[in-house]
Design a protein around this ligand. Structure first.
Ligand SMILES: C[S@@+](CC[C@H](N)C(=O)[O-])C[C@H]1O[C@@H](n2cnc3c(N)ncnc32)[C@H](O)[C@@H]1O
Length: 196
């Protein structure tokens, strides 16, 4: 699958010898892993939706979860697979190329899902959130982090997020935090939600 995101990744790798999104998991994902463990979901099957090069998938697999990383960029997925192989994690993680707004997973397959800065790049957002809800078990948990409209180009508003999510999920917690983006420290949202 050829994508604009492939070009973005290839351009980055041509200029820099490192991963675009780094190797450290998002702090929200670290807390989410503890949250799932606290719910005794130690062997949860977790979807990393728009997983990029896999920094969050790899972290979750190391915590004992079974992880499916899905991304539209074959270039990013290849990087993620190579990384997982080096870590000896290929029995815990499955990386696949695909569009998160048209997933091929069966209904109610996942116990939990994360979306770390993916929804803001997805075109068919309503369809995407419906897909997240479909592939998650009823009452399954979703962690979603996204850039706010402080980034005019890539952000999403709080109102739009609530409008997208609440028909399918109950929002348990919504927090604002600042994180680096394009050389600036920009407002982001972190949502913990439960599938209806
Ligand atoms: C900002 S990156 C975040 C990557 C990863 N979640 C992380 O935190 O390191 C956004 C990712 O979403 C992917 N993406 C954007 N639209 C997508 C879609 N419709 N389906 C699957 N992946 C998509 C891009 O290829 C990119 O890897």
């Amino acid at each position: 699958m050829d994508s604009l995101f492939d070009k973005m990744y290839l351009k980055f790798y041509a200029e820099k010898d490192k991963l675009m999104w780094g190797t450290a998991p998002s702090p929200g994902v670290v807390s989410f892993a503890e949250f799932l463990k606290g719910k005794e979901m130690l062997e949860a099957i977790v979807l990393d939706s728009g997983c990029g090069e896999g920094r969050n998938s790899i972290y979750l697999a190391k915590q004992g979860f079974r992880v499916y990383g899905l991304d539209i960029s074959a270039v990013a997925i290849e990087k993620a697979r190579q990384w997982a192989e080096r870590e000896g994690l290929l029995e815990k993680i499955w990386f696949e190329v695909g569009d998160v707004s048209q997933m091929e997973f069966r209904d109610e397959f996942f116990d939990a899902a994360i979306d770390i800065n993916t929804i803001n790049f997805v075109k068919a957002r309503r369809k995407y959130v419906a897909e997240l809800s479909r592939v998650l078990k009823p009452k399954g948990y979703l962690l979603l982090e996204t850039l706010s409209r402080e980034s005019k180009e890539y952000g999403i508003s709080k109102d739009e997020l609530e409008w997208l999510i609440t028909p399918f999920f109950e929002i348990l917690e919504m927090k604002e935090f600042h994180a680096p983006w394009g050389g600036q420290n920009l407002l982001h949202y972190r949502i913990l939600a439960q599938n209806r």
